[in-house]
Design a protein around this ligand. Sequence first.
Ligand code: ACO
Length: 325
Amino acid sequence: MPACCLLGSGHAVPERVLTNADLETLVDTSDAWIVERSGIHQRHIAEPGSALSDLAAQAAHQALAAAQLTASEIDLILVATVTGDFKFPAMACLLQEKLGAHQAAAFDLSAACSGFLYGLHLADSLIRCGGHRHILLVAAEMLSSMVNWQDRNTCVLFGDGAGALVLGPARTSAGLLSSVIHSDGRQHGLLYNPAGSQHPLTAADLASGFATIHMEGREVFRHAVVSMADALQEALDKAGIAQDDLDLLIPHQANRRIIEAIGKRFGLPAERVYINVDRYGNTSAASIPIALDEAWRSGRIQAGQHIGLTTFGAGLTWAAAILRF
Ligand code: ACO
């Protein structure tokens, strides 16, 4: 059966922009520190209480329009998120209602920042085996809802956003050439939010910032560079594509230094590595599809080009994929 190909893409971010200068008023930090250590200048943050499924729906509408399909032609909605509107039901079901995609099955998957590439890997398998024809894959996160705004180690890094792809069976040589996914649960303590069934929340937990993101930044950084590079090499080998034939690398946008380190390992000049972390911060699972949509719409991606995607996130999880446009 044919692999999956990209029929359309879209993305959406909240209107509100939080600059580094804004953060200087919240915690003991500086624009200079944030830019030097992460490359982030600003991030988009949702209004408290707003629905992430609305942002996901905006991105999905754009992707459907680009694919020239209606919502009724989608037979599966996959949403990658760890910050859905509710604990349950899945945000994919809320999105289904908002789109009117009543023919589709809908469910969420949880792989933190790797969620989008896990979703792509899964969607490709489902399309190859003929189980589904048109899959809407959305990666959306509102990490602002679980950030401790008094913790300077984490609150400067994250932003909110959503990216969407419509996928279908490839009719030409364009499509997903390879994908790889990996996990190592032994390292889950490096990056996690402990709120869950093991620890039902108390009022004191909420006040103390317990139910927020906890991260060992330096260790996460070290793992990120090694894992993203290894996964990308594995995906290149699987696709039979040489490093030199990679026209554009779109890595997970967590930190400019991580992105540049990976570009350097693959000998890629700056113009072949996509960076938008300066404008959005780390939007977790949404970061690659937001960047992919920007690059595609702006003409940075051309037909026939090979695009590499690589990511890393809590779990630990990591993944990579090679696309031909
Ligand atoms: N402003 C000013 N100083 C700060 C800030 C801040 N916002 N945050 C930390 N510092 C201080 C620390 O307290 C420390 O001070 P000390 O030396 O007196 O103890 C000093 O800066 C250096 O801290 P480090 O953590 O060593 O700084 P580092 O150079 O490692 O940069 C950073 C920190 C940006 C978090 C980096 O480690 C990183 O990006 N790690 C990866 C994080 C990441 O990508 N997480 C998500 C990946 S998965 C996913 O996307 C969900």
